[in-house]
Design a protein around this ligand. Structure first.
Ligand code: CP
Ligand code: NVA
Length: 310
């Protein structure tokens, strides 16, 4: 794919796609997942190569992209900071120019969004955000698909975000703006979401609650994340103290709708951001969420590389 080609699109944050493109992707995900479950071969990406660059640890993102790409007939190159010149200060722009001449698609997990954007600006091929300090759009894509699978649709619903105003929170807020639902946000003081950093047009898609119980009231989905994200480990002790009341427990779930779902992008720390009885309880759909990473990303890779099918 060359710069200027019709299909050259990046996926760097949730707002990079429009509502009708999400509707298309969710329908493609359903078809691709059904084929996978029926052991039907579907290999539209034969001879295509995905480079995956990890500057932070991963289990789900690596397995879901790698397995998904192989299942679609393609292949994968896996790079980390430690085993490539990325860790020896080769400029990100040069890395982008070189890597994107040899592969068809790049997935990057890194620190600052600006670094991902610099890579994308110098890439000949589509670039996907596999998590940055600011955003984690592929996870929210999977989470919303999971909600739709269980509940039919997310427009008009209420999602309670309990915890850090982090990359996941920002991506949920962008999704709410595009897909027409509301986020009730409750974070400890000092860890609030910043609408400018989240890239929101306005504040209409969310409401802030001091008390996490109040945020959960009437919610159709309660979701949380680790208290300390990757890259913020030095703040661990201060965060443990600040977040002590932001543990999603049975009482918070009881404040939500009777049929509310619980989600967590994982990895989880039982007894910190979520009680074991919640994450391991009947309202939790965390394993579906994790599996759906692979299905939604297969639809996303198909869309970025081939465009619309049919
Ligand atoms: N949820 C998620 O992105 O998990 P990994 O860090 O294991 O990739
Ligand atoms: N907010 C977490 C998500 C991990 C998948 C982090 O950035 O570490």
């Amino acid at each position: 794919m060359k710069p200027g080609d019709r299909l050259m699109r990046h996926y760097l944050q949730f707002k990079d796609l429009r509502a009708e493109e999400y509707a298309y992707l969710f329908e493609r995900t359903r078809i691709i997942k059904t084929r996978f479950k029926n052991y039907e071969k579907y290999q539209p990406l034969v001879d295509r190569t995905l480079a995956m660059i990890f500057e932070k640890a991963s289990t789900r993102t690596r397995v879901s992209f790698e397995a998904g790409m192989y299942q679609m007939g393609g292949s994968v190159v896996h790079l980390t900071t430690g085993d490539s010149q990325l860790g020896r200060a080769e400029p990100v722009e040069d890395s982008a120019r070189v890597i994107s001449r040899m592969v068809d698609l790049v997935m990057i997990r890194t620190y600052e969004q600006a670094k991902l954007e610099a890579f994308a600006a110098h890439s000949r091929v589509p670039v996907i955000n596999g998590l940055t300090n600011e955003f984690h759009p592929c996870q929210v894509l999977a989470d919303i698909y999971t909600f739709i699978e269980h509940r039919g649709g997310i427009a008009g619903k209420v999602v309670a975000w309990v915890g850090d105003g982090n990359n996941m929170a920002n991506s949920w807020l962008q999704a709410a703006e595009i897909l027409g639902f509301k986020v009730h946000v409750s974070t400890p003081h000092g860890y609030e979401v910043d609408p400018a950093r989240a890239g929101l047009r306005d504040r209409g898609c969310y409401e802030v609650f001091k008390d996490p119980m109040q945020a959960c009231r009437g919610a159709h989905l309660v979701t949380t994340d680790v208290w300390t994200s990757m890259g913020f480990e030095a703040e661990n002790d201060a965060r443990r103290e600040a977040f002590a009341d932001w543990c999603v427990d049975a009482e918070m779930m009881a404040a939500a709708q009777a049929d509310a779902l619980f989600m967590h992008c994982l990895p989880a720390h039982r007894g910190e951001e979520v009680a074991a009885e919640v994450i391991d309880g009947p309202q939790s759909v965390v394993w579906d969420e994790a599996e759906n990473r692979m299905h939604v990303q297969k639809a996303l890779m198909e869309y970025l590389l081939i465009g619309r099918i049919g």
